[in-house]
Design a protein around this ligand. Structure first.
Ligand code: PBG
Length: 312
């Protein structure tokens, strides 16, 4: 009764990794218990998630190296992995909201969220492709598109493209304060999407993702995204950035999400596996802390497990 903060299943989003094929359930080495799923296996997973009451999933594609190119053109393929998965998801679990990722890194032979030229990321050229990418996803049935690319001006460009295409009711979840973080390592392993170590390719994402030392800048990103029409905003990663979550929650007039990222999952899983932490207690404490800081929605790889614990 006296608790100030609560966690419930309807605040949780489960991120899922997808891969081509049939009957594929390929465990990710640095994320034990998380898998690259073929679309049929995703359908099975969605039924389980629906059963435990998870309201939404965020889909990420592990794209075959052979279809990657410098402009990430596969991201615009209406029959690509993600559009097919979005259509299948609506058939398999019509009540689960689908959130599709808008960024080029899974499709880019350079491993960047935007297009690279002469060692730099081309912001405006990238934004044009990203807006088209959001349109392809909306056409395939995405309920929410989530630009995670951190280019400037992409939220406004995506809103305009969606509205012109007739997708006025597709929402935008903006990765607003996305930090250039070491905690995305396991995710990049899962998708093989890390920046490539090659001449002329920036070795990290520090020119577009945020400096971990900055929090005032997160407010600036928030105001830009809200002005451009974001329906929801996000801080990412979660636990190392509770102060940023708190700061944005105080002023945001749209729902605030926090992404409990792959590295956070990996740390907790590894310690629990070694018997160094109690998995359930440590996970529940982490998630309530993220809620206490002010997140309304939490994306977490623990979503299904937590849903079960909450129902006990
Ligand atoms: C890339 C993207 C990343 C994540 C979500 N979208 C990684 C990156 O920026 O390199 C990370 C999620 C996680 O670590 O769980 N657009």
């Amino acid at each position: 009764m006296a608790r100030e903060t609560r966690l419930s299943v309807d605040q949780l989003v489960a991120p899922l990794f997808l891969v081509e094929g049939e009957g594929v359930r390929d465990e990710i080495a640095s994320m034990p218990g998380q898998y690259r799923l073929s679309v049929d296996e995703m359908e099975r997973e969605l039924s389980e998630l629906a059963e435990v009451g998870i309201p939404a999933v965020a889909l990420f594609p592990a794209v075959d190296e052979s279809v990657k190119d410098p402009t990430g053109s596969e991201a615009l393929n209406p029959d690509g992995l993600i559009p097919r998965a979005l259509r299948a998801a609506k058939r398999a679990a019509p009540d689960i909201l689908t959130i599709s990722d808008v960024a080029l890194d899974p499709y880019s032979s350079d491993g960047h969220d935007g297009i690279v030229k002469d060692g730099r990321i081309l912001n405006d050229e990238s934004v044009e492709v990203l807006a088209q990418m959001a349109l392809v996803q909306a056409a395939a049935g995405a309920d929410i598109v989530a630009p995670s690319d951190m280019m400037d001006g992409r939220v406004g460009a995506i809103r305009e493209a969606l509205d012109e295409g007739g997708y006025t009711d597709v929402a935008i979840l903006a990765y607003t304060a996305k930090y250039a973080s070491a905690f995305y390592g396991p995710f990049r392993d899962a998708l093989d999407s890390a920046p490539r170590h090659r001449e002329g390719i920036p070795p990290d994402k520090k020119t577009y993702q945020m400096d971990p030392a900055n929090s005032r800048e997160a407010l600036r990103e928030l105001h830009l995204d809200l002005d451009e029409g974001a329906d929801m905003v996000m801080v990412k990663p979660a636990l190392p950035y509770l102060d940023v979550i708190f700061r944005l929650a105080e002023v945001s007039d749209v729902p605030l999400a926090a992404y409990h990222v792959s590295g956070e999952y990996a740390m907790l899983s590894a310690a629990a596996r070694n018997g160094w932490l109690d998995r359930r207690d440590a996970v529940m404490e982490s998630l309530i802390a993220i809620r206490r800081a002010g997140a309304d929605i939490v994306l977490t790889y623990f979503a299904k497990e937590v849903a079960r614990w909450l129902s006990e």
